[in-house]
Design a binder for this molecule. Structure first.
Ligand code: URA
Length: 222
């Protein structure tokens, strides 16, 4: 087949609303999926995504907290308890996250929390690159709608997805950065689940959240 014919076919699929015609997971996404003006519309658009991941989960975990917060916390994906309750960070990691927030004078009413994936991957496996690619535009829209001053990436998956880097969390942690398409400043830190396994690293996360609070008070990184 000629290149021009292939291009014509690809364009036909695109105009018909098929967004991904390669890869392991077939995805049919309306062209306007992310073209929404409110968090409610975004939630509805995400609920209508047709993806196998969704079929293994009990509930979609969209996000929770203060929709006008200056700080948005971005996790990886719901775990078992989050899947059960339909809320982010309500399991063991969530309890630790609450203590971290309390240590710097924050709580769930002063931050907004969401994840890269809105559905629990089977057996809590790590999200695949393809899943991350599929949900990245929704995450960017989610951040734009909340419009925080700061995004804290909790763990390597969130940091890599947002910053589109291959660097690991050990290199990225504690370094303020920016990403294309995101107005907020970004600070990667360790995931609370990692802290449950390596409590000695709590100190680093505490420093990161102190840096967040300093930035909120002074805007010193502007
Ligand atoms: N881990 C995450 O990354 N997100 C949650 O919501 C819960 C656990």
């Amino acid at each position: 087949m000629q290149r021009s014919e292939l291009k014509m076919i690809a364009e036909w699929f695109r105009d018909a609303g098929v967004s991904d015609i390669t890869g392991d997971i077939p995805i049919i996404r309306k062209k306007t999926d992310c073209d929404v003006a409110t968090l409610r519309e975004l939630k509805e658009a995400m609920q209508s995504i047709d993806i196998p991941l969704k079929k293994c989960a009990r509930n979609m975990v969209f996000g929770a907290g203060n929709e006008h917060a200056q700080i948005l916390l971005l996790g990886e994906a719901p775990g078992e308890e989050e899947d059960r309750q339909g809320l982010p960070f309500v399991g063991q990691s969530g309890q630790l996250l609450d203590s971290i927030l309390a240590a710097v004078g924050l709580d769930r009413s002063t931050v907004y929390i969401t994840n890269i994936l809105p559905w629990r991957p089977p057996g809590n496996r790590t999200p695949t690159n393809q899943e991350i690619e599929i949900f990245r535009p929704y995450v960017l829209k989610h951040i734009a709608l909340v419009d925080p001053k700061i995004v804290v990436c909790l763990g390597g998956t969130a940091a890599k997805a947002l910053l589109q880097t291959t660097q690991g969390i050990m290199q990225l942690r504690g370094k303020w950065t920016r990403a294309d398409g995101i107005a907020a400043k970004i600070l990667p830190t360790f995931h609370p689940a990692f802290l449950l396994r390596s409590p000695s690293q709590k100190r680093e996360v505490w420093h990161d959240f102190l840096s967040v609070m300093k930035e909120i008070r002074t805007g010193s990184l502007s």
